[in-house]
Design a protein around this ligand. Structure first.
Ligand code: SAM
Length: 398
C-alpha cells in the first residue's frame, strides 16, 4: 500500500528528469512543483528511491502539510501530527526551517515553535515529560511557502550526490546529480559513442557509465532512514539485493571516452572511475580539445567546458569555445550538449543551439545548449522529455 507521502527534492530545472526517474521506478502518482516532486510510496519506496534516484538531492518523508497564518495555527496543527509513530523516545530531532512569501516569516522562531509542538505531541503519547535526545537522528524540516507549511523528516542523510566514488574534487566539479541529469537529458544511449572532452574529475562520463551499467548510484553508501525503527530493515536488504540483480556486469557499450588537457584531471578521472567500479568502461586520455579526432558516427558529446567569472578567465574560456567549434565541425552526425554559464557561448561556438535549458550549477545560472544531430538509421531515439534514460529497468530497450 502506498501510504507514505514522500518528496524527492531537486535542483531547479531538473524536476522533469526526477519525475521521469520516479515514474520508471513505478511511482506514477506525483505532484511536481519547483524543486520538488511529491509522490506516494511505501516503506520499500524509501529504500528504492534513495538507492536509485540519480538526479534528486534527497528523499523526504512528509509528516504533514497545512495552512498556518499565525503561531497558534502552526503550533496546534504541528502538535496533532503523528510524531510518536516515527520518533522513538530517545530520538534526536534537529529542526531546520525556511519561510518564503508567508505571514510567518521568521525561520528561527518557526523552528523553535515547531520543536516545542513536537515535544508536546510526543508527551501526549508517552509517560515522559522530558526527552533526552541521545538516540539516532531524525532531521526535521519546516518549510513555509505562501502560508503552506510542509513538515518533513529527511530519509537520505548526506545529499544523494554523495555516491562515494569522488574523494577529491577537480578544479570545478559538477555535482553527480547534475551530471547524471545532463546525460539523461541527452540522446545518448549505450549503442552510441560517448565523449566528454573537458572531463575534469570525470563526473559526467562516470555517471554515464553507471547508467550504462544500470547500477543504482546509491549502492555504495548508507542512508539516514536505514536505522529508523518504523522502516523495517528487510526493505533495505530487499532494495539492495534488487539493485545488485539489476546491475549489468558487462554492458555491451562502446567505451566511454573522456579527455582533458590537464594531466591531474586525467588522473582524477581514472581514480574516480576505479572507485565507482567503472574503470574498465572508460577510456581516458590527456588531450587538448583541438586534437580531437573521431571517425565514428552518431556519437554524443556531453560536456562542461571552462567558463570564467572574471574577465581574463572569460576571454580564455571564449577562446576555448572557438576551438570547440573547429574541433567539433567534422562530427556531422553527432549530438552535442554543452553546459556553461557564459551567455555568449553560441556566438563563440558559431552555432545556435536547437534547444536551451536553464539549469543551476550550485548557485550559478547556466544554460544547457543542445545541438541535436541526426538519428542513427533504424533507431527510435527516446525524446528527452519522455524517454526513460537512467531508469533502473533497462532504459534503453526501445
Ligand atoms: C569546468 S571543468 C570540468 C569539470 C567536470 N565536469 C567535473 O565534474 O569535474 C573544465 C575542464 O576543462 C579542462 N580544459 C581547459 N581547457 C581545455 C582544452 N583546451 N582542452 C581540453 N580540456 C581543457 C580543464 O582542465 C578542466 O578540467
Amino acid at each position: 500500500m502506498n501510504s507514505l507521502d514522500l518528496i524527492a527534492t531537486t535542483a531547479f530545472g531538473l524536476e522533469a528528469v526526477v519525475s521521469r526517474e520516479l515514474a520508471a521506478l513505478g511511482y506514477h502518482e506525483q505532484q511536481i512543483e519547483d524543486g520538488k516532486i511529491t509522490f506516494k510510496g511505501d516503506a520499500l519506496a524509501v529504500a528504492r528511491t534513495n538507492l536509485w534516484l540519480r538526479s534528486a538531492d534527497r528523499v523526504l518523508l512528509q509528516i504533514g502539510k497545512f495552512v498556518a497564518k499565525d503561531f497558534d495555527e502552526l503550533f496546534d496543527q504541528t502538535k496533532e501530527l503523528p510524531w510518536s509513530e516515527w520518533l522513538p523516545e530517545d530520538a534526536a530531532f534537529p529542526v531546520t526551517g525556511s519561510c518564503v512569501r508567508s505571514l510567518l516569516h521568521n525561520p528561527p522562531a518557526v523552528q523553535s515553535l515547531v520543536k516545542k509542538a513536537i515535544v508536546e505531541s510526543r508527551k501526549q503519547n508517552s509517560q515522559r515529560h522530558w526527552f533526552q535526545e541521545t538516540g539516532f537522528e531524525y532531521p526535521i524540516d519546516v518549510s513555509i511557502l505562501r502560508d503552506v507549511v510542509t513538515l518533513t523528516i529527511d530519509t537520505s542523510g548526506p545529499g544523494l550526490h554523495k555516491r562515494g566514488y569522488r574523494k577529491q574534487g577537480g578544479a570545478a566539479p559538477l555535482k553527480e546529480t547534475l551530471a547524471a541529469a545532463l546525460v539523461q537529458l541527452s540522446f545518448w544511449n549505450r549503442e552510441r559513442p560517448f565523449l566528454d572532452p573537458f572531463c575534469g574529475s570525470g563526473t559526467i562520463p562516470i555517471e554515464a557509465a553507471l547508467i550504462a551499467k544500470n547500477r543504482a548510484p546509491g549502492l555504495d553508501r548508507n542512508f539516514q532512514a536505514e536505522r529508523w525503527e518504523r522502516l523495517p530493515v528487510e526493505n533495505w536488504l530487499k532494495a539492495r539485493e534488487e539493485a545488485r540483480d539489476l546491475q549489468i556486469s558487462k554492458p555491451t557499450t562502446y567505451p566511454l571516452f573522456a579527455s582533458d588537457i590537464s594531466p591531474q584531471a586525467v588522473q582524477l578521472t581514472e581514480d574516480h572511475a576505479r572507485a565507482a567500479g567503472v574503470a574498465g568502461m572508460l577510456h581516458v586520455t590527456q588531450m587538448d580539445v583541438l586534437e580531437l579526432k573521431d571517425s565514428r558516427d552518431y556519437g554524443v558529446i556531453v560536456t562542461n567546458p571552462p567558463y570564467g567569472e572574471r574577465l581574463g578567465d572569460r576571454e580564455s574560456a571564449e577562446a576555448i569555445y572557438d576551438d570547440m567549434a573547429d574541433a567539433f565541425a567534422p562530427l556531422k552526425t553527432w549530438s552535442i550538449y554543452v553546459l556553461t554559464a557564459d551567455v555568449g557561448f553560441e556566438r563563440f561556438f558559431r552555432r545556435r543551439a536547437d534547444r536551451r535549458r536553464k539549469l543551476y550549477n550550485g548557485r550559478i545560472q547556466c544554460q544547457y545548449y543542445q545541438y541535436i544531430g541526426p538519428r542513427p538509421p533504424g533507431t527510435v531515439d527516446p525524446r528527452p522529455e519522455e524517454g526513460l534514460a537512467g531508469a533502473p529497468y533497462d532504459p534503453y530497450q526501445s
